[in-house]
Ligand binder design. Sequence first.
Ligand code: PYC
Length: 331
Amino acid sequence: MRHTFFCIDGHTAGNPVRLVVGGHPQLAGNSLSDMRVCFMEQFDWIRKGLMFEPRGHDMMSGGFIYPPKDPRADFGVVFIETSGCLPMCGHGSIGIITFGLEHGLIQPKTPGKLVMEAPAGLIEVSYQQQGQKVEWVKLTNVPSYLAAEDIHIDIPGCGPLTVDVSYGGNYYAIVEPQAGYAGLDSLSAADVLRLSPLVRAAVREQFQPVHPLNPAIKGVSHVLWADKPASADAHGRNAVFYGDKAIDRSPCGTGTSARMAHLVAKGRLAVGDTFVHESYIKSRFIGRVEAATELAGHPAIIPSIQGTAYTTGFNQIWIDDDEPFAEGFQV
Ligand code: PYC
């Protein structure tokens, strides 16, 4: 049997976004969080086929737009990428919203404003559109908080490191410059890919976070190597590692949210501050600490992230059941 998927391909700040606009599976559940779980249990072959080689690559990511379950939302999203189905993805959301608006798949009730139901929660969206082109999208993300501090690990090639874990829609192990990590200029992409799985595994041995309100969100999935900015008008730079082989080309929306929550908890950023975050390839998101809040007793912040996405083409992809790499492969 042949399964056909109609996709809009593009990128947000350099990181790929594949919005699947035809070929959606029907998902059971009363929330986008339940629908994410249903997708992972029953339709993971679609994710693998569309994300891994030969149809995708190590950094491929994307998602599906669904009618929302929460009456306050305008639309819902299930994210897919090589690492699985994330509860929330910032660069993915900016791409999906941009492509959805530019192609009439998302219809705002109030121009410039939307509410998205992500598996991680409701996301307020504002955007600016000139003609067809969406010039920027700003996401007011889920409550983000510092989950653990001062986890001591020992990594071959780095030595002892002290790492914190912060949540911004996914859980991030955050490594700041210290003895053993001299900053991003000291790490090649190959170093990030080699060291990050070791850091993640060592942190996971000591700390397994579970979201205080949604137990379907759990575990340290990403490693954020933090550094000073490369440009005078930015505030920080990162390399974010996820999956088995991916370095985010964008500054990572959930990573930027987690980093802002981390910096606020450390007293190095305050409510109202702007945080321009650069990626490994020096593309940018504008972050802002919108408000202080609390999440089931944890001091938390409401972060926002703003960025721009671009379409690169339409893509009609099929997966034949009897094709040898129907579910893709990784080398
Ligand atoms: O932008 O949140 C993000 C993200 C997660 C993984 C890759 N990008």
